[in-house]
Each structure stands twice: as C-alpha cells, then as structure tokens.
Ligand binder design. Structure first.
Ligand code: TRP
Length: 335
C-alpha cells in the first residue's frame, strides 16, 4: 500500500480550547499514528499575521499552541511538526503561484467576501481593513499544501473552499507549465464533533464562548459551570438532545456511557450533578497533558528544538519541489 500524505495547518492565534482539541487536535494526532499515513502538521504562523498584528500575542499564541499539540500526544517522530515560517520555500512558492492564480478566484473567497460585505453594510469603503494578506490568504495556503504534494487535507467545513482553490491553482499551473503538483483533496470528517460552546453555539474564540484547555482544574470547573442550560429543577426529566452539557459529555465518552447519561437525564439528574460528571471526565483526560504542557511552557527551548528540527527534516524536500517549480517557470541557471 502506498503512503497517503495528509497535511493540515493550525493558525497560531488565540489560546487552545476544548473545541480545538475535540475538532482538530485529537483526530489529527490519532491520524498521525496510523500506518500508511505520513502526517504533516504545521503551525501556520504566517497566516496568523493576517489576523493579529500584536507581536507579543502572535509570539505567545504560537508557543502555546505548539506546546499544546506536543503535550496532547503529538509525537514528532511520527509526524512532521514544523512552523510555516521556518520553511522559506513555502513563501517563495506562494509568490510563484500568485503569478498564475487568477485574481477572480481570490475575489470569490468567503473570508474576503465577508470582509467586503461587512464594510458595505456599515457604509465603509469596501476595502477598509482588507490587507493583501487577507486577499491572497488562499494562495499561501495552496503553497503550504502543494509544496509537499499532500494528497489529503483534513479541514473544517469553513476551509473546504480554500482547499478547492489550492486544487484549482495546482491544476492551472500543471496545465500551463507541465505536471508539477499533486492535486489535493479536502477531507471533512463527519464523525468528528463540532463542540458547542458555553452559549450553545459552535465553540469558537470569535464568539467568546470557549472552555480553555489548560487552565487549573478550578478554572476548568468554573468554565463548565458556565455552560448554559434550561431551568429544569433536579428530579425533572431532561432531554439530552440539544443539551450542550450532554454534547460535551459525548465528546469525551464511548457509546455505553453516553446512553447511561441519556438515561440519567431522563431520570431527572440535576444540572449541577451533570456538570460535575463532565468536569471530572474532562479533567481526568486532560490532567496528564496539563502537566506536560506546564513543563513545555516553562522550557520553551525544548519546543523550539523540536520545531527547528521538524523544519530541517523537510527543507530538502521543499527545496527539491522549488527547484522543479523554478525550472518549470523558466527561472533557470544560464549554463
Ligand atoms: N486556513 C486554515 C485555518 O484557518 C489553516 C491553514 C493554513 C491550513 N494553511 C493550511 C489548513 C494548509 C490546511 C492546509 O484553519
């Protein structure tokens, strides 16, 4: 069986939360351990600059997210784990791709269109606050993917369009310059839960409804206690479906325990009790990782070394792809 190359990027903004863990970190780490899979997991720190121009926050998020992935079990011997900004070949490729990617394609990107629409609605100039980075974001993302000939790109639904754009860009390049890139495919796992946040909407930093991954147990308990519920009293039957408390429980348990919790809800389990059980379960799962996380945060040199080595291991491969691309477009030595 031939190897499948799976690649995904993690934008280094914010502090890792439970939704990131359930929706991205946990499944990606599981995939990286499978045989027959070569996993490329990287910190998309150049992408982070589009969203955040505060240097200290940019630096801090990158450290925290790197430490979180390692603490949660990512084994750098089983996956390529690296920072985008440590592989300059990626940004070089991004420029070359910019020269053949259609501007019209970028005009259709959801993130860009949403920014323009928000400006129009508030009576601003349509381009207000829109950087070139935001506009050409999908091209950098295409370079991330194409430089390593990734076959599959596991992403959330909001990123499918970007992967399709990478495919379009690759196709156009191949057509014009000859077969160069593997055409990537987006993979969306419907089994992976989209975790609900404190207010019942999707857990997301932009909604301010997250449960941070690595606070103290007390902080975790406090966050869980804030999950919105209805006003049913202890003893009153509760419907598990639609309850965020139940949904979070399900993200950390197997079928049998889900069923017994469903029954306990029907039997009138108090919200406070249910939240306590959820807290204990999550805390048990996260406690060992929390310890590793604290250690890695205190010794950032270790994380730095892992990432630097991760990039070094890949630069030969990235350089070979870039040499091929340069030759294809006509940037060739004179001899
Ligand atoms: N745009 C992705 C996100 O916001 C992150 C990302 C950057 C990425 N480069 C990528 C994902 C390449 C997959 C492949 O989630």
């Amino acid at each position: 069986m031939s190897t499948v190359r799976i690649l995904t990027g993690i934008t280094t903004t914010g502090t890792p939360h439970l939704g990131n863990y359930v929706g991205a970190i946990r499944p990606a780490i599981a995939a990286s351990r499978e045989t027959g899979i070569e996993a490329y997991l990287f910190l998309a720190d150049f992408h982070a600059l589009i969203k955040n121009q505060n240097p200290d926050q940019v630096a801090q998020s990158s450290r925290e997210i790197a430490a979180a992935w390692l603490a949660l079990g990512l084994d750098p011997d089983q996956a390529f784990f690296y920072r985008q900004s440590d592989i300059p070949e990626i940004t070089e490729l991004s420029w070359v791709l910019s020269c053949s990617a259609a501007k019209g394609l970028m005009n259709r990107a959801h993130a860009y269109k949403a920014a323009v629409q928000a400006n129009e609605e508030s009576g601003e100039d349509p381009d207000f606050g829109v950087t070139m980075g935001l506009f050409s974001y999908p091209i950098l993302m295409a370079a991330d993917i194409l430089i390593f000939n990734a076959h599959q790109v596991p992403v959330g639904r909001d990123q499918i369009q970007h992967v399709e754009m990478a495919r379009d860009i690759a196709q156009r390049f191949n057509h014009h310059y000859g077969d160069t890139f593997t055409l990537p495919e987006a993979v969306v796992d419907d089994q992976v839960a989209v975790l609900q946040g404190l207010d019942g909407r999707k857990m997301s930093k932009s909604y301010g409804n997250t449960i941070p991954l690595f606070g103290t147990p007390k902080q975790l308990q406090k966050s869980i206690n804030k999950i919105k519920t209805n006003l049913l009293e202890p003893g009153e039957p509760k419907d598990a479906d639609g309850s965020t408390v139940f949904q979070v429980w399900c993200a950390f348990t197997e079928e049998a325990e889900r069923e017994s919790m469903r029954q306990a809800f029907a039997d009138g389990l108090a919200w406070g009790e249910a939240k306590k059980l959820v807290f204990e379960r999550i805390n048990d799962e996260l406690a060992p990782a929390r310890q590793r996380y604290e250690k890695l945060i205190a010794q950032p040199g270790e994380v730095e070394a892992i990432l630097t080595e991760g990039a070094e291991r890949l630069r030969l491969q990235a350089g070979a792809m870039l040499a091929k691309v340069r030759h294809a477009v006509g940037l060739r030595p004179y001899h």
